[in-house]
Design a protein around this ligand. Structure first.
Ligand code: IPE
Ligand code: IPE
Ligand code: MG
Length: 248
Protein backbone atom coordinates (compact mmCIF):
# COMPACT_ATOMS: atom_id res chain seq x y z
CA UNK A 1 0.00 0.00 0.00
CA UNK A 2 1.23 3.48 -0.82
CA UNK A 3 1.53 6.10 1.91
CA UNK A 4 -0.42 8.29 -0.49
CA UNK A 5 -3.64 6.55 0.47
CA UNK A 6 -3.11 7.53 4.12
CA UNK A 7 -2.79 11.25 3.37
CA UNK A 8 -5.70 13.44 4.45
CA UNK A 9 -5.94 15.85 1.51
CA UNK A 10 -7.86 18.34 3.64
CA UNK A 11 -4.94 18.71 6.03
CA UNK A 12 -2.01 19.07 3.65
CA UNK A 13 0.84 21.32 4.76
CA UNK A 14 0.40 24.72 3.11
CA UNK A 15 4.14 24.98 2.64
CA UNK A 16 6.74 22.21 2.51
CA UNK A 17 10.43 23.16 2.61
CA UNK A 18 13.22 20.71 1.86
CA UNK A 19 16.93 20.79 2.66
CA UNK A 20 18.06 18.59 -0.22
CA UNK A 21 21.18 16.93 1.16
CA UNK A 22 23.34 13.92 0.35
CA UNK A 23 24.15 14.28 -3.35
CA UNK A 24 27.89 14.07 -2.76
CA UNK A 25 27.69 10.93 -0.62
CA UNK A 26 25.32 9.33 -3.12
CA UNK A 27 27.91 9.83 -5.87
CA UNK A 28 30.84 8.76 -3.69
CA UNK A 29 29.13 5.46 -2.89
CA UNK A 30 29.10 4.81 -6.63
CA UNK A 31 32.73 5.82 -7.05
CA UNK A 32 31.70 8.91 -9.02
CA UNK A 33 32.40 12.64 -8.80
CA UNK A 34 30.13 14.73 -6.56
CA UNK A 35 28.58 16.47 -9.57
CA UNK A 36 27.19 13.11 -10.68
CA UNK A 37 25.14 13.18 -7.48
CA UNK A 38 23.93 16.71 -8.17
CA UNK A 39 22.84 15.66 -11.65
CA UNK A 40 20.76 12.85 -10.19
CA UNK A 41 19.45 15.22 -7.54
CA UNK A 42 17.66 17.07 -10.33
CA UNK A 43 15.53 13.96 -10.97
CA UNK A 44 14.44 13.99 -7.33
CA UNK A 45 13.58 17.70 -7.66
CA UNK A 46 11.31 16.92 -10.61
CA UNK A 47 9.71 13.98 -8.81
CA UNK A 48 8.96 15.90 -5.62
CA UNK A 49 7.71 18.99 -7.45
CA UNK A 50 5.34 16.83 -9.44
CA UNK A 51 4.13 15.02 -6.32
CA UNK A 52 3.42 18.28 -4.47
CA UNK A 53 1.54 19.72 -7.47
CA UNK A 54 -0.51 16.52 -7.86
CA UNK A 55 -1.46 16.51 -4.17
CA UNK A 56 -2.30 20.22 -4.11
CA UNK A 57 0.44 21.55 -1.81
CA UNK A 58 0.38 25.33 -2.42
CA UNK A 59 4.06 26.14 -1.66
CA UNK A 60 7.24 24.10 -2.02
CA UNK A 61 10.66 25.55 -1.16
CA UNK A 62 13.86 23.75 -2.13
CA UNK A 63 17.17 24.73 -0.52
CA UNK A 64 19.44 24.35 -3.52
CA UNK A 65 22.53 26.43 -2.72
CA UNK A 66 23.51 28.11 0.54
CA UNK A 67 25.67 31.16 1.18
CA UNK A 68 28.20 28.78 2.71
CA UNK A 69 28.18 26.55 -0.39
CA UNK A 70 30.23 29.27 -2.15
CA UNK A 71 33.15 27.92 -0.11
CA UNK A 72 33.12 24.61 -1.98
CA UNK A 73 35.78 23.88 -4.62
CA UNK A 74 35.28 26.20 -7.63
CA UNK A 75 34.85 23.22 -9.91
CA UNK A 76 31.82 22.03 -7.94
CA UNK A 77 30.36 25.54 -7.63
CA UNK A 78 30.67 26.07 -11.39
CA UNK A 79 29.14 22.70 -12.12
CA UNK A 80 26.19 23.49 -9.81
CA UNK A 81 25.62 26.84 -11.50
CA UNK A 82 25.76 25.17 -14.90
CA UNK A 83 23.28 22.55 -13.76
CA UNK A 84 20.94 25.27 -12.50
CA UNK A 85 20.96 27.09 -15.84
CA UNK A 86 20.46 23.86 -17.77
CA UNK A 87 17.60 22.74 -15.54
CA UNK A 88 15.84 26.12 -15.60
CA UNK A 89 16.11 26.15 -19.36
CA UNK A 90 14.99 22.56 -19.81
CA UNK A 91 12.14 22.61 -17.29
CA UNK A 92 10.48 25.94 -18.08
CA UNK A 93 7.99 24.28 -20.39
CA UNK A 94 7.11 21.69 -17.75
CA UNK A 95 6.49 24.48 -15.24
CA UNK A 96 4.21 26.21 -17.74
CA UNK A 97 2.37 23.01 -18.70
CA UNK A 98 1.75 22.28 -15.03
CA UNK A 99 0.75 25.84 -14.14
CA UNK A 100 3.58 26.17 -11.57
CA UNK A 101 4.92 29.57 -10.58
CA UNK A 102 8.65 29.82 -9.95
CA UNK A 103 10.11 32.14 -7.34
CA UNK A 104 13.54 32.42 -5.76
CA UNK A 105 14.94 33.67 -2.46
CA UNK A 106 18.54 34.52 -1.64
CA UNK A 107 21.28 36.84 -2.79
CA UNK A 108 20.29 36.19 -6.40
CA UNK A 109 22.50 38.87 -7.92
CA UNK A 110 25.53 36.97 -6.63
CA UNK A 111 24.70 34.02 -8.86
CA UNK A 112 27.00 33.31 -11.77
CA UNK A 113 26.56 35.39 -14.89
CA UNK A 114 24.13 33.60 -17.16
CA UNK A 115 22.39 32.09 -14.18
CA UNK A 116 20.67 35.23 -12.99
CA UNK A 117 19.06 36.20 -16.33
CA UNK A 118 17.90 32.61 -16.90
CA UNK A 119 16.34 32.56 -13.44
CA UNK A 120 14.65 35.94 -13.87
CA UNK A 121 13.32 34.84 -17.25
CA UNK A 122 11.73 31.71 -15.76
CA UNK A 123 10.27 33.72 -12.84
CA UNK A 124 8.77 36.31 -15.20
CA UNK A 125 7.37 33.72 -17.61
CA UNK A 126 5.64 31.74 -14.85
CA UNK A 127 4.48 34.73 -12.78
CA UNK A 128 0.78 34.26 -13.45
CA UNK A 129 0.69 30.47 -12.88
CA UNK A 130 -1.42 29.65 -9.86
CA UNK A 131 -1.53 25.92 -9.19
CA UNK A 132 1.56 25.83 -6.99
CA UNK A 133 4.51 28.08 -6.13
CA UNK A 134 7.96 26.52 -6.32
CA UNK A 135 10.57 28.58 -4.47
CA UNK A 136 14.26 27.95 -5.01
CA UNK A 137 16.59 29.07 -2.21
CA UNK A 138 19.76 30.07 -4.04
CA UNK A 139 22.78 31.72 -2.48
CA UNK A 140 20.47 31.84 0.52
CA UNK A 141 21.15 31.77 4.22
CA UNK A 142 18.92 32.80 7.08
CA UNK A 143 21.52 35.00 8.76
CA UNK A 144 22.14 36.83 5.49
CA UNK A 145 18.40 37.36 5.14
CA UNK A 146 17.97 38.55 8.74
CA UNK A 147 20.92 40.96 8.49
CA UNK A 148 19.50 42.38 5.23
CA UNK A 149 16.08 42.83 6.84
CA UNK A 150 17.68 44.69 9.77
CA UNK A 151 19.63 46.88 7.35
CA UNK A 152 16.55 47.73 5.28
CA UNK A 153 14.46 48.49 8.35
CA UNK A 154 17.22 50.74 9.73
CA UNK A 155 17.35 52.58 6.41
CA UNK A 156 13.60 53.22 6.50
CA UNK A 157 13.85 54.49 10.09
CA UNK A 158 16.75 56.76 9.15
CA UNK A 159 14.74 58.16 6.23
CA UNK A 160 11.82 58.87 8.57
CA UNK A 161 9.50 56.40 6.79
CA UNK A 162 9.22 54.06 9.74
CA UNK A 163 9.04 54.59 13.50
CA UNK A 164 10.89 52.13 15.79
CA UNK A 165 7.66 51.53 17.72
CA UNK A 166 6.00 50.31 14.50
CA UNK A 167 8.46 47.43 14.18
CA UNK A 168 6.69 44.28 15.31
CA UNK A 169 6.77 40.63 14.21
CA UNK A 170 4.50 41.17 11.22
CA UNK A 171 6.38 44.24 10.04
CA UNK A 172 9.72 42.49 10.49
CA UNK A 173 8.54 39.44 8.52
CA UNK A 174 7.54 41.74 5.65
CA UNK A 175 11.22 42.64 5.22
CA UNK A 176 12.25 39.01 4.74
CA UNK A 177 12.64 37.39 1.32
CA UNK A 178 9.61 35.25 2.16
CA UNK A 179 7.23 38.21 2.39
CA UNK A 180 3.77 36.99 1.23
CA UNK A 181 4.83 33.34 1.51
CA UNK A 182 3.32 31.43 4.47
CA UNK A 183 5.79 29.86 6.91
CA UNK A 184 6.69 26.24 6.14
CA UNK A 185 4.55 23.79 8.09
CA UNK A 186 6.80 20.84 7.29
CA UNK A 187 10.57 20.94 6.86
CA UNK A 188 12.25 17.82 5.46
CA UNK A 189 16.00 17.21 5.54
CA UNK A 190 17.44 14.23 3.73
CA UNK A 191 20.75 12.37 4.21
CA UNK A 192 20.51 11.77 7.95
CA UNK A 193 21.96 15.10 9.10
CA UNK A 194 19.87 16.59 11.90
CA UNK A 195 20.69 20.28 11.48
CA UNK A 196 19.24 23.36 9.86
CA UNK A 197 22.38 24.70 8.10
CA UNK A 198 21.32 28.34 8.15
CA UNK A 199 17.92 27.80 6.54
CA UNK A 200 14.83 29.94 7.27
CA UNK A 201 15.62 30.47 10.95
CA UNK A 202 12.81 32.98 11.41
CA UNK A 203 10.20 31.12 9.35
CA UNK A 204 10.61 27.69 10.97
CA UNK A 205 9.79 28.87 14.51
CA UNK A 206 6.83 26.45 14.64
CA UNK A 207 7.57 24.19 11.69
CA UNK A 208 7.43 20.41 12.09
CA UNK A 209 10.88 18.97 11.38
CA UNK A 210 11.32 15.65 9.59
CA UNK A 211 14.70 14.02 9.16
CA UNK A 212 15.22 11.01 6.91
CA UNK A 213 18.40 9.01 6.17
CA UNK A 214 17.46 8.78 2.48
CA UNK A 215 20.04 10.57 0.31
CA UNK A 216 18.49 13.26 -1.87
CA UNK A 217 18.97 11.55 -5.29
CA UNK A 218 17.13 8.50 -3.88
CA UNK A 219 14.21 10.56 -2.51
CA UNK A 220 10.98 9.51 -4.22
CA UNK A 221 7.32 10.53 -4.23
CA UNK A 222 6.73 7.73 -1.75
CA UNK A 223 9.30 9.25 0.65
CA UNK A 224 7.43 12.54 0.39
CA UNK A 225 4.07 10.88 1.09
CA UNK A 226 5.62 9.17 4.12
CA UNK A 227 6.83 12.53 5.47
CA UNK A 228 3.37 14.06 4.99
CA UNK A 229 1.67 11.14 6.77
CA UNK A 230 4.13 11.59 9.66
CA UNK A 231 3.38 15.34 9.70
CA UNK A 232 -0.36 14.65 9.85
CA UNK A 233 0.09 12.33 12.82
CA UNK A 234 1.57 15.10 14.97
CA UNK A 235 -0.28 17.35 17.35
CA UNK A 236 0.73 20.96 16.77
CA UNK A 237 0.11 22.79 20.00
CA UNK A 238 1.73 26.21 19.43
CA UNK A 239 2.39 26.57 23.13
CA UNK A 240 -1.09 25.53 24.24
CA UNK A 241 -2.13 22.33 26.01
CA UNK A 242 -3.34 19.23 24.28
CA UNK A 243 -6.83 19.73 25.81
CA UNK A 244 -7.08 23.24 24.43
CA UNK A 245 -6.14 22.05 20.95
CA UNK A 246 -8.86 19.37 20.98
CA UNK A 247 -11.55 21.96 21.77
CA UNK A 248 -10.50 24.20 18.86
C1 IPE B 1 23.28 18.72 -1.28
O1 IPE B 1 24.15 17.65 -1.37
C2 IPE B 1 23.40 19.68 -2.44
C3 IPE B 1 24.01 20.96 -2.10
C4 IPE B 1 24.33 21.38 -0.92
C5 IPE B 1 24.28 21.86 -3.20
P1 IPE B 1 25.65 17.76 -0.87
O2 IPE B 1 26.48 18.22 -2.02
O3 IPE B 1 25.75 18.58 0.34
O4 IPE B 1 25.99 16.24 -0.54
P2 IPE B 1 26.76 15.68 0.72
O5 IPE B 1 26.09 16.24 1.93
O6 IPE B 1 28.18 16.12 0.60
O7 IPE B 1 26.59 14.20 0.62
C1 IPE C 1 22.70 22.52 3.21
O1 IPE C 1 23.47 21.42 2.87
C2 IPE C 1 22.52 23.42 2.04
C3 IPE C 1 21.73 22.88 0.93
C4 IPE C 1 21.10 21.74 0.92
C5 IPE C 1 21.67 23.72 -0.23
P1 IPE C 1 25.03 21.39 3.19
O2 IPE C 1 25.52 20.05 2.78
O3 IPE C 1 25.70 22.56 2.58
O4 IPE C 1 25.04 21.57 4.77
P2 IPE C 1 26.15 21.19 5.85
O5 IPE C 1 27.43 21.85 5.41
O6 IPE C 1 26.28 19.71 5.87
O7 IPE C 1 25.61 21.72 7.14
MG1 MG D 1 25.61 18.17 2.30
Amino acid sequence: MSFKESIDLNRLPVHIAIIMDGNGRWAKRRGKLRIFGHQHGVDAVKEVTEACAELGVPYLTLYAFSTENWNRPPLEVNALMGLLVKTLHGELKTLQDNNIRLQAIGDLKSLARGCYPELMHAIRETASNDRMTLILALSYSARWELAMAARNIATQVALGNLRPEDINQERFASYLTTNNIPDPELLIRTSGEARISNFMLWQIAYTELYFTPVLWPDFTKEDLYKAIVDFQSRERRFGMTSEQIKVL
